[in-house]
Ligand binder design. Sequence first.
Ligand code: NI
Length: 158
Amino acid sequence: MPKAAIQRKPAAPRVLRGTVYVTRQVHFNAAHRLYNPTKSRKWNEEKFGLCTNPQWHGHNYVLEVTVRGQPDPDTGYVLDLGELKRLLHAVIVDRCDHRNLNEQVDFLRGIIPSTENLVIAFWRELEPHLPAGRLHCVRLFETPRNFAEYLGPAGDAS
Ligand code: NI
């Protein structure tokens, strides 16, 4: 048999081991109001200032979600970022974008929609859709200068 006709199996890609953190960013716009209905109007105005305006106000939210893991030997991916993008849209953006977070989002009902509370709520919505142990951080920018991040219940102080 001529040498050129010998079919050789391609060498498998070299696999690099290491825990890598991969982030996808998505955007949405939403209205909200910071308000505690059990407190007086004066208390709410003192605590929240303009943020408690009864006629609402809006933010251009930037959501960053980080997953962690070892790169897959076959793809080199920790997680397909296209899949993560679709998940973030289905679970968060499609339900929050151009909505009133106090009144129109089922999983936010009854909470004060501070950035802090939103990252916990978003974690709880996203985590069941990801492979166990993969979700690392949910970071939400309310403005370019104000953001909150949540590392999940494992990071909660007692
Ligand atoms: Ni606000």
